[in-house]
Ligand binder design. Structure first.
Ligand code: OAD
Length: 243
């Protein structure tokens, strides 16, 4: 922990890369592993364009359920710690695979959302995008302009990542000298290229996760534990290094 804090405090362009584990203690279930969403629901039945075409009601029921969980969720100490690192001038940005918006809610300002955001919807007919403030009501929701079927503006399996977010993440990863990887299995590509690109460009990689991850092979440091416990301690250490 101390060594990681020292390296982080000394870095010039540190970036965090986060996954579902960072929101676990806010009550938002992860996708893989014990209690993961995918254990109860098969992703290919829900998070694909084909599934939506086949059964938009089923897909929307699932997203409505997730929206309700997220609506009731608050940022946890892990989100707050990352926001604090940005305020301290230590962290340049958070690149996240999460669609829950909790990093922004915690106060992080530069957040790159690789997989979209569950609080936006897009019309499958006219292509317009709208923000939504609350879990959807009637299912499936319809476009207020053209009456077309609305879909969540999130990335599904087989779909490309939003270009702007991807390019920003690539640029941050290529120039990062430290990457704090938190709560991701590192199993989903292209997102998981991001820490690998940072590593190739010379960044120090620190992985915080209670389990094994597919990114452990590139980790210079591995801190095993829950993000909401580890990250506040890391921030306290970084503060000590800065004074
Ligand atoms: P996963 O569910 O694949 O991985 C969650 C990770 O969080 C695992 O490595 C767990 O060990 C770890 N974890 C669990 N509890 C934790 C805690 N309290 N603190 C820290 N870590 C914890 O989630 P992602 O890697 O985010 O994509 O999954 C990547 C993508 O797969 C998601 O964005 C989603 C999914 O398909 C799309 O929907 C496109």
């Amino acid at each position: 922990m101390e060594e990681v804090a020292r390296a982080l405090a000394a870095s010039k362009s540190a970036v965090a890369f986060t996954g579902a584990g960072v929101s676990a203690e806010s009550g938002v279930p992860t996708f893989r592993g014990a209690g993961g969403l995918w254990e109860r629901y098969r992703p290919e039945e829900l998070a694909t364009p084909e599934a939506f075409e086949r059964d938009p009601d089923l897909v929307w029921r699932w997203y409505k359920w997730r929206q309700e969980l997220i609506y009731a969720a608050d940022p946890n100490p892990a989100h707050l710690a990352l926001a604090e690192l940005e305020r301290l001038g230590v962290l340049k940005a958070v690149i996240t695979q999460n669609v829950d918006g909790l990093h922004r809610k915690a106060g992080s300002r530069r957040v790159v959302e690789l997989h979209g955001n569950i609080w936006r919807v897009r019309c499958t007919s006219c292509g317009r995008e709208f923000p939504v403030e609350k879990p959807v009501g009637e299912i499936p929701p319809r476009c207020p302009i053209c009456g077309g079927l609305l879909r969540p503006a999130v990335v599904w399996f087989g779909e490309p990542l939003p270009r702007g977010a991807w390019e920003e993440a690539l640029s941050l990863a290529s120039s990062a000298d430290f990457m704090l990887v938190v709560g991701t299995s590192g199993a989903v590509y292209p997102a998981a290229h991001i820490p690998r690109i940072a590593k190739r460009n010379g960044a120090v990689i620190a992985v915080v996760d209670p389990g094994e991850t597919a990114l452990d092979d590139i980790a210079d440091f591995k801190i095993r534990g829950k993000a909401a416990e580890i990250l506040p301690r890391l921030v306290a250490e970084v503060r000590r290094c800065l004074t």
